[in-house]
Design a protein around this ligand. Structure first.
Ligand code: PRP
Ligand code: URA
Length: 210
């Protein structure tokens, strides 16, 4: 597994505003979109392209276009939905699949309650988006869902991660081509499985249902 933790003052600044408990949902949503676009730049570094020939007003030259099959972006509902428009802004030709998961707050195990994905993901670059990588249970289950359908190249984009969750994902995906891109790697999980310092419940903060 490759891990990339962002190191950019704009990302740290925007994350600081997200972390602030006084930040209201509309600001939280806008900042999430902006952050994803910044992280997507790194996450798409190895996106597959094919060479093409183009005519400029002056001459003929070589360029590239995104290879087919188109990359697949998969937000993990509900909180991952807040990252979708930021990701498609950078990859407008990508297709979008959906995975609905909720973590049981007592067992901390994820339950899958919705799925809308292509049956065959062979040869597809897939991008999972979810703001929080806490215990890693949700991300591990999502990666398994994709690899069971033939995906071999999975990149997860998360705003915050906990070291415990990163280690769990690394162990679970041993031997697979998985990249995790984080806005920040936080200190730890607390006794409730929340990221510390974190930003609280990402879904509640995005959608205002605290
Ligand atoms: C949050 C978050 C992740 C998961 C992370 O979702 O968006 O999906 O928890 O926790 P884990 O790494 O311990 O599995 P939640 O289950 O709260 O659902 P929601 O998006 O509907 O709010
Ligand atoms: N899910 C969240 O939304 N926040 C956390 O800190 C952990 C899991």
């Amino acid at each position: 597994m490759r891990l990339h933790v962002a190191d950019h003052p704009l990302i740290t600044h925007k994350l600081s505003v997200l972390r602030d408990k006084r930040t209201p949902s509309p600001t939280f949503r806008n900042l999430t979109e902006e952050l994803v676009t910044l992280l997507a730049y790194e996450a798409t570094r190895n996106v597959k392209t094919v060479p093409i020939t183009i005519e400029t007003p002056v001459t003929t030259t070589q360029g590239v276009e995104i290879a087919r099959p188109a990359p697949l972006i998969v937000p993990i509902l509900r909180a991952g939905l807040g990252m979708l428009s930021g990701m498609t802004a950078l990859l407008p030709t990508a297709e979008v699949g959906f995975l609905g998961m909720v973590r049981n707050e007592e067992t901390l195990q994820p339950d899958i309650y919705a799925e809308r994905l292509p049956d065959d993901l062979t040869g597809r670059q897939t991008f999972l988006i979810d703001p929080m990588l806490a215990t890693g249970g949700s991300l591990i289950a999502a990666i398994k869902y994709l690899t069971d359908r033939g995906a071999t190249d999975v990149t997860a984009v998360c705003l915050l991660g906990a070291p415990e969750g990163v280690a769990a994902v690394e162990k679970a995906v041993d031997g697979l081509d998985v990249t995790v891109v984080l806005g920040a790697l936080d200190e730890r999980l607390n006794e409730h499985g929340y990221i510390v310092p974190g930003l609280g419940d990402a879904g509640d903060r995005l959608y205002g249902t605290v």
